[in-house]
Design a protein around this ligand. Sequence first.
Ligand code: GUN
Length: 295
Amino acid sequence: MKLIDGKATAAEIKKEIRTEVDKMTARGERAPHLAAILVGHDGGSETYVASKVKACEECGFRSTLIRYEEDVDEQTILDAVKAFNEDPEVDGFIVQLPLPRHISEQKVIEAIDYRKDVDGFHPVNVGRLSIGLPCFHSATPKGIMTLLERYEIPTKGANCVVLGRSNIVGKPVATLMMQKAYPGDATVTVCHRDTRDLKEVCRNADIIIAAMGRPGFVTADMVKEGATVIDVGTTRVPDASRKSGFRLSGDVDFEAVAPLCSYITPVPGGVGPMTIVSLMQNTLLARSGAIYPKD
Ligand code: GUN
C-alpha cells in the first residue's frame, strides 16, 4: 500500500507557483490577485478561507477577503460580485459556499464573470468542461486529477466508481475521469443514495472516489485488492481529546481499507491541501489569460 501524500504534493506545487510568480514580478508584472467573499461564521468555511489566504501568501499572490454577517441580503452579495467582476486588478474570485438559505447560490454563481470564476462553478465553465474545452476546473476534482497524474496511477480503461453526485465534486470528477486524456479514459460509474447493489459496484472498481460526506462509509468489504481509493470526505466529528473539540473524518474506514489498496489518500493530508493549491493554479491561469485571453 502506498500513501498518496497530498500535503507534500501541494507544497511542491506551491513552490512551483512561487517560482512562476517571482519571474512575473521580476519582469515588472503585477502578481496574481485572488479575492474571496465569506458570509457568516461556519467553522468549515472559516478554515477553508483562512487556508486560501495563507496559500496566497505562500505563492506570492495578493489576496482580498470581504466578510459579511449571516443576515446580509442577496443584493449586497450580488453587488460585491459585480465590483470584483469589474475590478481589473482582481484576476479571480470565489464566493465561499454554503451561503445562508435566504441567498440563492445559483443566482450568485451565475453573476460571477466566468473568466474570473476560479472555482469553476459557473455554467459556462461547467458546460465547457463537459465538452472538453479549456476552462477553469473546479478545485477538488482538479486536485484529485493532479494526484493521479503525479503518482502515475493508471486510469485508461479503469473502472472508476464515484460515490456522490454533487455539483462541486461528484459530477465534475466523473466528467474528468471519462474525458479522452490522461488522467481519464476511465469507465465511470456515479453512485448515490438510490444506487442498487452499491457494495457490488464498488467491489468491481479499480479506482474509488468517495465524496458523499458520510464518515467511514467505504468499508473493507467494498474494496477490491489493489484498488486506488481517493477520500474526499472532511466531516467534522466530535473528539473530546482534541483542543478544537473535533477531528476531520473521511468517507473511508481508513484502518480497514488501507491494507487492501495499492494507493490511498489519508484524511487529513490527502485531497484537502490539493483543493487549495488547485485554486492557486487556477488563479495563476486567470492572471496569465491562458484559458480566457485578457481583452
Ligand atoms: N465549499 C466547499 N468547497 C468549496 C469550494 O471549493 N469553493 C467554494 N467557493 N466553496 C466551497
